[in-house]
Design a protein around this ligand. Structure first.
Ligand SMILES: NC(=O)c1ccc[n+]([C@@H]2O[C@H](COP(=O)([O-])OP(=O)(O)OC[C@H]3O[C@@H](n4cnc5c(N)ncnc54)[C@H](O)[C@@H]3O)[C@@H](O)[C@H]2O)c1
Length: 457
C-alpha cells in the first residue's frame, strides 16, 4: 500500500474530527426558541428509552454542558436506569413522563432525542419542530415517502436542526471515499452493490392479550391502526423488540440496518436524487412463517447512468458485521464475508467501502490494493455534531433532505415487494409511481385521527 495515500487521507480521517467540518451549511434567518451561545447549556428530552435511546442519550449527555430534563416512555419499565445515571451526573433527576407533548410544551427544552419504533419517528419529529425544538431522530427516519416529504417541510418551515441517526454521515471515511470517486480514479462509476446480509430466525405469532399495566398500548400504537396488544408486536418487558416484523411499525431489516448501508452508499457516490425505477425480489423465503416483513430481498435500482443493487437478508449466519478491531482500529474487514459492505465498480478500479468504521480500499486486478482510508466508528462524532449544530444553527451531517432520499430507497424497494415483486417507475418530482396505482397507495398511511400528520405542517 502506498504510504503517500495514507498520508493524503490521514488529515481527513482523524479519530477526533469535528463533525461540523464535514459540510455543514449555515441556516439563514434562524430563530431558535432560545439563542444559545457556544458554551450555553443545552436542555434535552429523551423520547423512547429502549435499547438505542439510552445509548444515544448517554452519548449526548457526555457532551459539554448538556442536560436531560425529561425521559419519556410509554413502557413504565424503561428509562429508570438512565434517570438514575443522570441524577448522579447532573445533580437532578430527569422527570419521567408518558406523553411526549409534555416535553414539547416546556420552553426550557432545546431539543429532543427520538428513539421510538419507526412508526412514531415522523409525527414526533414534526410535532417537535412545530414546538420549536431541535431533533435527533433515529433511523429509519420515516415509515413512508409522504412522511419524509412532510418532515423536510417541517424542518425548513420552523428552521429547526434535525439530525438523523445515520451516524456514518459523521464518519470521515465516507467523505474521503466520495472525494476519491469524484477525482475520477475509479473511472466512471457504473455499478454500486450494497449488502446487508444478516442472520435471523423463524418467528411465531403469539395470542392477543390484555396489555400489561406497565404499558400504555394506545400511545405505543400512536399513528398506527388500533389492534389488540400482542407481545409479538411489542415486547412488553424491559428489553427486546417485536415491532420490526410488522409493516405498520417498521420497514423490516432493510429499514433497520439496511438503511445505514444505503445511506453510506448514496453519500459516497455523491448523494444522487431518486432512482428512475426499482425492482425487489424476495419475501419470506428461508422461514415460511407469519411475519410480514421479508427475510430475503434482492433489489435493483436504475439511476439512469449507473445501477445500484442491494441484497438484504435475515437468514445468513456466515457473513458477519465488522468486529471491534475494525470499528475502533486501523483494520479492514474481510470484505467478501462482511455483512454490510458496499462495492463500487468504476471502469478502471473498484472500491470496497464499509460502515462500522470499515473504511475503504481500492482494488486493481489480482487483488492489488492501490489506495485506502481507515474508518473509525462515528457515533460520538455524530452526537457531538448535533449539539454543535444546536449552538451554531448550521445544518447537521445527517441532514433531513438526504435522510429523506435515503429512506426513500428503502421504501421504494419495500413497496415493489409488497405489490407483488413488480418493477416500479418513479417520478422524482411528484414522488409518485407512474405505472402502478396499488403502489401509490403505499406512499402514505391512513393514520388514526388524533395522530395524523397534517398536509400543511
Ligand atoms: N443508529 C443506530 O445504529 C441504531 C441502532 C439501534 C437502533 N436504532 C434505531 O433506534 C430506534 C429504537 O430502537 P430500539 O432498539 O431502541 O427499540 P426498543 O423497542 O428497544 O425501544 C423503543 C422504545 O420506544 C418506546 N416507545 C414507543 N412508543 C413511544 C411513544 N409514543 N412515546 C415514548 N416512548 C415510546 C418503547 O416503549 C420502547 O421503550 C429504532 O428506530 C431503531 O431502528 C438505531
Amino acid at each position: 500500500m502506498k504510504e503517500i495515500t495514507r498520508k493524503r487521507f490521514l488529515s481527513q480521517s482523524g479519530k477526533g474530527i469535528a463533525g461540523a467540518a464535514l459540510g455543514g451549511v449555515v441556516l439563514s434567518g434562524v430563530t431558535p426558541s432560545r439563542v444559545l451561545g457556544a458554551n450555553d447549556r443545552v436542555v434535552l428530552g429523551l423520547i423512547g428509552a429502549g435499547g438505542r435511546g439510552k445509548v444515544d442519550a448517554k452519548g449526548l449527555a457526555e457532551q459539554e454542558n448538556v442536560e436531560f430534563k425529561y425521559v419519556c416512555d410509554v413502557n413504565d419499565l424503561r428509562g429508570h436506569d438512565f434517570i438514575k445515571d443522570m441524577k448522579e451526573k447532573q445533580g437532578y433527576a430527569p422527570k419521567r413522563v408518558i406523553e411526549m407533548r409534555d416535553i414539547f410544551d416546556d420552553k426550557d427544552v432545546d431539543g429532543v432525542l427520538i428513539a421510538t419504533p419507526e412508526h412514531w419517528h415522523a409525527l414526533a419529529s414534526i410535532w417537535a419542530c412545530q414546538a420549536g425544538k431541535d431533533v435527533y431522530v433515529e433511523k429509519c427516519p420515516t415509515l413512508t415517502i409522504h412522511e419524509g416529504r412532510k418532515m423536510v417541510e417541517a424542518v425548513r418551515k420552523y428552521k429547526r436542526i434535525l439530525q438523523i441517526g445515520t451516524q456514518n454521515r459523521s464518519g470521515a471515511y465516507g467523505y474521503s471515499a466520495r472525494e476519491y470517486i469524484q477525482s475520477g480514479k475509479l473511472g466512471k462509476v457504473v455499478m454500486v452493490k450494497c449488502y446487508n446480509t444478516l442472520n435471523g430466525g423463524p418467528w411465531s405469532p403469539k395470542p392477543d392479550q390484555p396489555a400489561p399495566k406497565t404499558l400504555d398500548w394506545d400511545r405505543w400504537l400512536g399513528p398506527a391502526p388500533y389492534v389488540p396488544f400482542n407481545p409479538g408486536r411489542c415486547s412488553s418487558g424491559a428489553r427486546g423488540r417485536g415491532w420490526q416484523q410488522h409493516w405498520n411499525y417498521c420497514g423490516g431489516q432493510l429499514a433497520d440496518d439496511g438503511s445505514h448501508v444505503l445511506d453510506l452508499a448514496r453519500l459516497a457516490i455523491g448523494d444522487p436524487g431518486q432512482p428512475k425505477s426499482v425492482f425487489c425480489a424476495g419475501g419470506r423465503i428461508a422461514y415460511k412463517d407469519e411475519r410480514e416483513t421479508p427475510d430475503v430481498q434482492s433489489i435493483i435500482y436504475d439511476y439512469g447512468d449507473f445501477a445500484m443493487t442491494m441484497d438484504c437478508t435475515e437468514c445468513i449466519p456466515y457473513n458477519k458485521k465488522s468486529n471491534n478491531e475494525v470499528r475502533y482500529g486501523d483494520k479492514f474487514p474481510y470484505w467478501p464475508q462482511n455483512s454490510t459492505r458496499i462495492e463500487i465498480y468504476g471502469t478502471k478500479r473498484m472500491m470496497y467501502l464499509g460502515r462500522h468504521g470499515g473504511g475503504w480500499q481500492v482494488y486493481e486486478e489480482d487483488g492489488k490494493v492501490v489506495d485506502f482510508d481507515y474508518g473509525y466508528k462515528p457515533d460520538k462524532v455524530h452526537e457531538k455534531n448535533f449539539i454543535d449544530c444546536i449552538r451554531s444553527r448550521k445544518d447537521p451531517n445527517g441532514v433531513v433532505e438526504q435522510g429523506h432520499l435515503s429512506a426513500c430507497v428503502v421504501h421504494l424497494a419495500n413497496i415493489s415487494l409488497r405489490v407483488g415483486n413488480k418493477q416500479l417507475y418513479f417520478d422524482a418530482e411528484k414522488e409518485r409511481f407512474t405505472n402502478n396505482e396499488e403502489a401509490n397507495k403505499l406512499l402514505k398511511l391512513a393514520y388514526r385521527e388524533k395522530f395524523r400528520i397534517p398536509e400543511r405542517v
